[in-house]
Design a protein around this ligand. Structure first.
Ligand SMILES: Nc1nc2c(ncn2[C@@H]2O[C@H](COP(=O)(O)OP(=O)(O)OP(=O)(O)O)[C@@H](O)[C@H]2O)c(=O)[nH]1
Length: 174
């Protein structure tokens, strides 16, 4: 188990990103934001611009849709705080690229176990609704659920955010 690893789960617009940022803001040392989102349209560009403004100047932003393990190895060095937002978009980017998801997930877990910086991972809890009626969405939901279980087993702290309120599922309260 890694005490320097936190997983923050929540639904869309649950406040999970804000909570994850607050965990990092409370820690000393440089802050790196790894964004897995790709900007496809104006709505997303506006949203990203708002996020960048909210984060303020104290962050280095790295945009990486696919090579999350490599990006973590470069940035999650001792004394540094890294926020990854988010794992579910990384998974959907990999699925769009026809990648081997179990192999890439295993590579991420190995990396998370090895890096020495403080890492906070944000991800969408997508498994709470009815069974999706298309096969791609079902595969996505299953990959996300498995990855969350594996990351949660490794993490020292796991938080579920609903309506802006953090519920600590594992580890110490912040
Ligand atoms: N490319 C890129 N994406 C970013 C940047 N800042 C934030 N994002 C993306 O914005 C997404 C989160 O924004 P939202 O969709 O508004 O948040 P949400 O996860 O639905 O809502 P909350 O649960 O409230 O956090 C994440 O997937 C990030 O990767 C950035 O600087 N560049």
């Amino acid at each position: 188990m890694s005490t320097d690893l936190t997983l923050v789960l929540g639904g869309a617009r649950s406040g999970k990103s804000r909570h994850a940022e607050s965990l990092i803001a409370a820690a000393p040392g440089p802050r790196v934001y790894i964004a897995t989102a790709q900007i496809w349209d104006e709505e997303m560009a506006d949203r990203v611009a708002r996020h960048q403004q909210d984060r303020g100047p104290g962050w280095t932003t790295v945009e990486e849709p696919l090579d999350l393990p490599g990006t973590l190895r470069r940035h999650a060095v001792p004394g540094t705080n890294v926020l990854v937002d988010c794992l579910t978009l990384w998974l959907s980017n990999l699925m769009m690229a026809d990648a081997d998801i179990p192999a890439r997930s295993a590579q991420l877990l190995e990396t998370l176990a090895a890096v020495e910086g403080r890492v906070v991972l944000v991800s969408n809890e997508v498994g709470l609704g009815i069974v999706p009626d298309n096969a791609l969405a079902r595969r996505f939901r299953d990959h996300a659920g498995r990855l969350h279980q594996d990351v949660a087993a490794l993490a020292g702290r796991v938080v579920f955010v609903a309506a802006g309120l953090p519920m600590v599922l594992k580890g110490e309260r912040p």
